[in-house]
Write a protein that binds this ligand. Sequence first.
Ligand code: ZN
Length: 364
Amino acid sequence: MTGSEQPAARAEQDVIRFCRDLIRIDTQNWGGGRSNGERDAAEYCAEVMREAGLEPTIVESAPGRASVFARMRGSDPDAGALVVHGHLDVVPAQAEDWQENPFAAELRDGLIWGRGAVDMKNMDAMILASMLRMSREGHQPQRDLIFAFFADEEDNGRFGAAWMVENRPELFEGATEAVSEVGGFSTDVAGTRAYLIQTGEKGLHWTRMIAEGTAGHGSAVQRDNPVVTLAHAVAAIGGYEWPIEYTKTTRSLFEQLAELTGIPFDEKNPQPLLDALGSAAKFVGATLQNTSNPTQLEAGYKHNVVPGEASALVDARTLPDQDAKVAAVLRSWPVRRSDSSFSTKADPWSCPSPAPSWSRWSAP
Ligand SMILES: [Zn+2]
């Protein structure tokens, strides 16, 4: 091994170790401010930060909801600081849906298996390993680097990024930019490596639909069974075909994809160009339309009783400036709803999904 390979190999081993260790700390985010393993994960990161000679600060927004920060001083005090951040929590995983235990972080076929392996304990581990390598090699960055690992990204950030910005702004003093997950990655297009650049985010529009009817016995004739009313609405929303629409930047992306691949850009049928994007097709495809997915159903409590109410949660994601339009379409189904809607703000600290707060809304 040459001198330059050795630190790289060591850093790579660090990435694998950090990623596996972090996956084994269960930080499933069940929403509603419930405490999870974020404190343990923050302590773990803090230990690596100390090893890198930094002084970590762990901040809890609520018991157990910990985020951790450390600043690496740059050589130029006038240069704006860069925030390099990740999140510590993961979305829940049902073990029975998995081939491997989602919290065992098994290494198989050269891959790490587990919840958070791609979102985003992998990148947390890369940040930590790079930080440690810089310290080992005595490399001082030009600008301050603020390393931040947040709680609560996978719900709405209220116990993570949002809380920190509101309550501990001094941690980000002097920061002018921030980088984290997504935003851009490479993909193979017609044998060429191409880089996707994020130019916007879809908005989040969460709705609870409530169907009301007359409660009664399961043996009677029921003309206003709310389960049936709701089922019709849920099926309609789930099957609704949102039209394909191009924002200025997605149009530009498709024009350039056409140039790269030689496949003509047909506005009405972008599928051939999407296919050329390989693994990124699903991701880019979702930027072409609004989406609305029913995700939860609640109704009934006994096999022989028709309930008086049935409700469903719908997760809709909106193209820029289309929140009102999507809300209007969702309201056109004949059930009562409580809903809330938010568009993502371009806030350098916040993670993608903005905070919803429920409010009642009744159709006339
Ligand atoms: Zn993530």
